[in-house]
Ligand binder design. Structure first.
Ligand code: CS2
Ligand code: MG
Length: 402
């Protein structure tokens, strides 16, 4: 079998998605997600100008060799644009392999290690009563694990809380919006939120929380310690992770489980975190971390240190990435949990898929390959629109981490 063509489909069914389609001489094609939120067209150019010409004529089954060729062969390693482009190729090739062998991708990665992938939902509210309502709504839908974000009194547009009555979606069309942040108000408020939640819903449901990279290590340690009585499943991105040593300090002060990695693009971003056991869950994602080939290795390395996975699954990762994450999550031994922020009905129409949610778990389905398609004529009705993630400033106007 040979690769004969590859092209990009850029569409915006409620939000932007970049999809790579690779075609073979046997009529089988594969899809890969190439979406990098707010920087979409940089990946399109990287693929069109620099990668696609090198793919034509290659054997699509050679996933390891093609990965090495694109990673080592570029000489310039790592970075979100490069690794997203490599991931798109890699995922499309695994899709082709599964379709050609007439088997779901999880069978090529070790086979089923579990019956389904435990997922966590997003609950949010502008204040504590509405956050509790949102948690109860998700429990009624069958979720057994729920991330909770809440408006902080005195903080305009807190992270993870919708502005109007539409579901929370971080990227906005137009230029970047600016939100305001106060660490002091946040640190005083969050323990009250989780205390109220445990009183209201009891201990059975897993609760999670995302700090979104906003604290210093010692502030994160204080937050972790103050949340210990409420038994969180994890505290996510408590501090930015460029300095991996920062997590040592957090670990010295609190036993709260820590998750990080959604912005990592190489396992080297996580290497010290994992081998020192400073984290409990690795949140790297297939689309930004170099594909199934790279994430399988990262997960296997993490397994040696009893670190489990918690793959990123926000709406800016397309249904192709969701499917890839579910196939890998079904197969690896150290799967922990999968984020599930459902796509809009329009996005689901553009990307028909075999995966499904049932009683707190997701299942990738048994279709050959990844089990996701792209309705190109529908996609064409929703062209790309420039959009950005917000930026954040502290109360005195200093730019800080969003
Ligand atoms: C978030 C994301 O899902 C998460 O945990 O941190 O919503 C993140 O903000 C977006 O994926 C950014 O593109
Ligand atoms: Mg996050």
């Amino acid at each position: 079998m040979k690769i004969v063509a590859a092209r990009l489909i850029v569409c915006s069914p409620d939000r932007n998605f970049v999809t790579l389609r690779i075609d073979t001489d046997e009529g089988i094609y594969g899809l890969g997600d190439a979406t990098l939120n707010g920087r979409e067209l940089a990946v399109v150019a990287y693929l069109e100008e620099h990668i696609i010409p090198c793919l034509i004529g290659r054997d699509p089954f050679a996933t390891e060799d093609i990965w090495q060729y694109l990673y080592r062969g570029a000489y310039w390693r790592r970075g979100p644009v490069t690794m997203t482009a490599i991931a798109a190729v890699d995922v499309a090739l695994w899709d082709i392999k599964g379709k050609a062998l007439k088997t779901p991708v999880y069978n090529l990665l070790g086979g089923k290690s579990r019956q389904g992938a435990l997922v966590y939902a997003h609950a949010n509210g502008s204040d504590i009563p509405s956050a509790i309502d949102s948690v109860k709504k998700h429990i009624a839908e069958g979720y057994q694990a729920i991330r909770v974000q809440c408006g902080v009194p005195g903080v305009l547009s807190s992270y993870g809380v919708p502005k109007g009555d539409k579901p929370y979606e971080p990227a906005e069309r137009g230029l970047p919006s600016e939100s305001v942040w106060s660490t002091e108000k946040y640190l005083n408020f969050v323990p009250k939120l989780f205390e109220a939640l445990r009183i209201e819903i009891g201990e059975d449901i897993h609760l999670l929380h995302d700090v979104h990279h906003r604290l210093t290590p010692i502030e994160a340690a204080r937050l972790g310690r103050s949340l210990e009585p409420y038994h969180l499943f994890w505290l996510e991105d408590p501090t930015p992770a460029e300095n991996q040593e920062a997590f040592r300090l957090i670990r010295q002060h609190t036993v709260i489980p820590i998750a990080t990695g959604e912005v990592f693009n190489s396992f080297w971003d996580a290497h010290d975190l994992v081998r020192n056991q400073w984290i409990d869950y690795l949140r790297m994602t297939i689309v930004h971390g170099g594909g199934i080939t790279a994430l399988k290795k990262a997960a296997d390395f993490a397994a040696v240190y009893q670190v489990r996975t918690g793959f990123h699954g926000a709406t800016d990762l397309s249904p192709v990435t969701m499917a890839a994450a579910l196939h890998l999550g079904m197969a690896i031994h150290n799967f922990g949990i999968q984020e599930h922020m459902p796509h809009s009905p329009l996005t689901d129409d553009v990307f028909p898929h075999a995966y499904r949610f049932e009683e707190g778990y997701m299942h990738p389905g048994d279709a050959p390959g990844l089990g996701v398609d792209l309705d190109e004529s529908l996609a064409a009705q929703y062209p790309y629109q420039r959009a950005y993630l917000p930026v954040a400033r502290t109360l005195d106007g200093t730019l800080t981490d969003w």
